[in-house]
Write a protein that binds this ligand. Structure first.
Ligand code: ZN
Ligand code: ZN
Length: 355
């Protein structure tokens, strides 16, 4: 399989720009291997340079593959070096990533006037969405750790335990395993579970609560993202019905993630299942998002996005229902699209657990 750099350069050959300036730190790491905080790649289809400052010269020389490393030191600035290299590579139309801040873009374009600046939002992201085997193994490892954390935490879910203590235990588990937390864990019980992104509070679990846990690990630069909802004590008939429908929607949506499908149709399928009991009205967010170096990686599974599904993409599938003054639930797995059946990376059981 060709490298990220080769894949991007062959795409660049067909693009309406002469070169692309890659500045988003996650994209820089994905493209070059560089893990420092400040370095840009300036690419033409057939050559390119990596530019950074003197703090990172040695690190860049060790980490960056496929590009010559050029660095600057005070009193020279990044803009001086960019200006010089843009001229050296004879760039007339320069593509840039739209994630740059307005302030930075303004400073670039004021100083560097030898080229035309053209935003290129769609050049790199489709490539980053298709994971290499190496990236998949990192995401797998992060998912395995999330499963282990769920296994560990489920043992502490009982009346009297506070959401806050559960959140801390999740963070401690990941830190102790040498991982980071992908985001502040969501712990939402009872009426709080009607908030899709309820933050852990001092509320203690009581019998009859739904309790939704949503968390992920960051391991080796890649993330996992899992949600499970439990019931403390026996579930009511209403809770059982809601759970069964969300689970049915989740399982069907996972299975629909096949090459050639479109993300908005996959979401529509989940909504249709929820609507059998008039529940789609309580499902207010998208079905899922891309997962990788970012927790919310490129790509969305939602009605407003034309999202072709391709082999090698990794998606979260996370339908939920949230009912004010009652509570809510969500079930989320991480899934790789393959030639055949989708591969689910998070393995913690999904059947209703009454604790
Ligand atoms: Zn999540
Ligand atoms: Zn998610």
């Amino acid at each position: 399989m060709s490298t990220s750099l080769e894949r991007l350069q062959s795409r660049l050959a067909l693009a309406p720009v002469d070169a692309l300036l890659v500045t988003d730190p996650k994209n820089v790491t994905w493209l070059t291997g560089f893990t420092g905080s400040y370095g840009y790649a300036l690419l033409r289809a057939d050559r390119g340079v990596f530019i950074t400052d003197s703090r990172y010269t040695l690190q860049a020389q060790a980490e960056v593959t496929g590009l010559e490393v050029i660095s600057f030191a005070s009193p020279r600035s990044m803009i001086d070096l960019m200006d010089e290299q843009i001229a050296a590579l004879k760039v007339e139309k320069l593509g840039f990533e739209p994630s740059v801040t307005y302030q930075t873009w303004e400073s670039w374009t004021r100083k560097i006037t030898s080229c035309e600046w053209v935003a290129q939002p769609d050049l790199l992201p489709p490539l980053r969405m298709v994971k290499t085997p190496e990236e998949l193994s990192k995401i797998r490892a992060a998912c395995q750790l999330a499963d282990q954390c769920m296994e560990h935490i489920v043992g502490m879910l009982q009346p009297g335990v506070s959401e806050y203590d559960i959140g801390l235990a999740i963070e401690f588990f990941f830190r102790r395993a040498g991982a980071g937390i992908a985001f502040d864990p969501i712990v939402a019980s009872g009426l709080n579970s009607a908030k899709p992104h309820g933050r852990a509070s001092e509320k203690k679990l009581v019998r009859g609560d739904f309790v939704t846990l949503d968390f992920g690990a960051t391991l080796d630069g890649y993330n996992s993202d899992i949600t499970r909802t439990f019931v403390i004590g026996p579930a009511s008939d209403r809770q059982k019905l809601l759970y069964a429908r969300v689970l049915e929607a989740q399982v069907a949506a996972v299975d629909a993630l096949r090459p050639g499908a479109n993300g908005r149709d996959v979401e529509a399928l989940a909504r249709k299942i929820l609507d059998q009991d008039d529940l789609a009205q309580y499902f207010g967010h998208g079905l899922g998002h891309g997962l990788g170096a970012d927790v919310h990686d490129y790509g969305r599974l939602t009605s407003t996005v034309d999202q072709p599904i391709e082999v090698g993409q990794v998606w979260t599938v996370e339908p939920g229902v949230y009912i004010n003054d009652f509570g809510g639930l969500r079930i989320e797995d991480d899934v790789v699209v393959t030639e055949g059946e989708p591969e689910i990376l998070t393995h913690f059981p999904k059947n209703l657990m009454e604790l």
